[in-house]
Design a binder for this molecule. Structure first.
Ligand code: GUN
Ligand code: ZN
Length: 429
């Protein structure tokens, strides 16, 4: 089996850092090496030690760059790659004016197929190796994305959105059709190679109670599938859900009654939750996914990370392209820092780099496979160059610690800082 040895500075987290001093939360190896074999990390350690295990393996020398686990984006929309940067709207207008028309085009399998590789190319060029993806409501959009990801050996979670009301006919399905299509997609793609299915009712504005029940039935029939939806992003959205579900205790209850809560559920946004909702999310283990560039761009609100985590909620951080404005998890963390700063939090770079790698892997229940550089896990990697631009080089002249260097990457790096991305042990950028 082909082997490859990567040399560089290695950074991988063992657990979530408690703060700036918590250097025991990660492994950092200055002259490190990874031995890649068959799409896995076969060995990790000091270069000299790993070299002894594979004296013949070809070496790719990434020094002085940093090698990290590939970034994980746990909330992104495939049919919105041409929606990014749409001007002047809040959530519900933005959906109506820009998003639903763009998604309607994915009824055509040829369009979905033509967009799948450009979508996955954008992920890997920004160092993202796994994502949890909303496709359009058309089964062919999920077909196209899964097929493209399979050809690349990518680990990907995706699902067709279910949406049976309050949207144009071109993106509308029915409770029964969305059940049938999702079920068929699960049968074809879930657990195939590195692919997983996410049951994806879009949100309670566009799903009837009957459709949410169909999603809950799928979740009960396929408990190892992920589930993903949106909640409590925007005040007009929350008011609409209250009108549409007058008997529900709150927004979360519309999902709870359908049996959708649990650790497999990824809840996008979670900006304006009520105390009961926070308590139930914590109790059931559902994940709260922070989408900072989207929240700022659509003027949706400020995520209360400290409050949610203090209540025992597991959080994740994501781009939410195309409400989000950058494909880069580095940019996402940079905006996340600013959004949290408006709430008085100063998130340390050890915490943010943990969040985008191991933290998101834990939120997806995949940390045994991705999100670290541990031996035996999958060889999805990003190589970061802190000297990528003239402005970064100037700033790096005054950086003395690893934490400073990481913060420069986070705040200034973006796409430019991604020197290489490996998927399944193969360099892809
Ligand atoms: N709520 C329902 N659908 C969407 C979407 O596509 N993007 C965002 N940001 N919020 C949503
Ligand atoms: Zn979204």
């Amino acid at each position: 089996m082909a082997e490859r040895l990567l040399r560089g500075r290695l950074l991988s987290f063992r657990r979530r850092p408690e703060g700036p001093e918590d250097t025991a939360a990660f492994d950092y190896i200055e002259d490190g090496a990874l031995l890649l074999r068959g799409g896995q990390i076969a060995a990790r350690g000091d270069f000299a030690a790993v070299r002894r295990k594979a004296p013949e393996a070809p070496v790719t020398d990434h020094r002085p760059h940093l090698i990290l686990p590939g970034f994980i984006d746990p909330h992104i929309h495939f049919p919105q790659l041409q929606v990014v940067a749409s001007w002047g709207a809040e959530l519900l207008d933005w959906l109506e004016t820009y998003t639903f028309p763009a998604e309607a085009a994915y009824a055509d399998p040829a369009h979905a197929q033509a967009m799948a590789d450009p979508f996955l190319d954008r992920l890997v060029e920004h160092g993202t190796t796994t994502a949890a993806v909303y496709c359009s409501s058309h089964a062919c959009s999920a077909e196209a994305l899964f097929a493209a990801a399979e050809r690349r050996g990518m680990r990907l979670i995706a699902g067709k959105v279910m949406m049976d009301r309050n949207c144009p006919e071109g993106v509308r399905d029915t409770a029964q059709a969305s059940y049938d299509d999702s079920k068929a997609l699960i049968g074809r793609w879930h657990g195939r190679r590195r692919l997983g299915y996410a049951i994806s009712p879009r949100f309670s504005v566009t799903s009837s109670a009957e459709q949410l029940e169909a999603a809950g039935a799928l979740a009960a029939e396929h408990p190892d599938c992920h589930r993903q939806t949106h909640i409590s992003e925007n005040h007009a959205e929350i008011a609409a859900v209250k009108r549409l579900f007058p008997d529900a205790r709150d927004y979360l209850d519309t999902y709870e009654r359908a049996g959708l809560l649990g650790p497999q559920l990824l809840l996008g946004h979670c900006l304006h939750l009520e105390p009961r909702e926070i308590a139930r999310i914590a109790e059931t283990g559902a994940r709260a996914v922070f989408c900072p560039t989207s929240n700022l761009f659509l003027g949706s609100g400020l995520f209360d990370r400290a409050g949610l985590e203090g209540a025992g909620v597991t959080t994740a951080v994501a781009t939410d392209i195309g409400g989000g404005t950058s494909w880069s998890m580095l940019d996402t963390l940079a905006e996340g820092y600013k959004a949290l700063a408006l709430r008085g939090e100063r998130l340390h770079p050890f915490e943010t780099f943990h969040w985008a790698t191991r933290g998101n892997a834990e939120a997806l229940g995949l940390v045994d496979r991705i999100g670290t550089l541990d031996e035996g896990t999958e060889a999805d990697l990003v190589v970061l160059d802190p000297f990528a631009t003239p402005a970064m080089r100037l700033r790096m002249d005054r950086a003395e610690t690893l934490a400073e260097e990481l913060f420069v990457l986070q705040v200034m790096g973006g796409r430019a800082a991604v020197a290489a991305t490996y998927v399944d042990g193969i360099p892809v950028t």
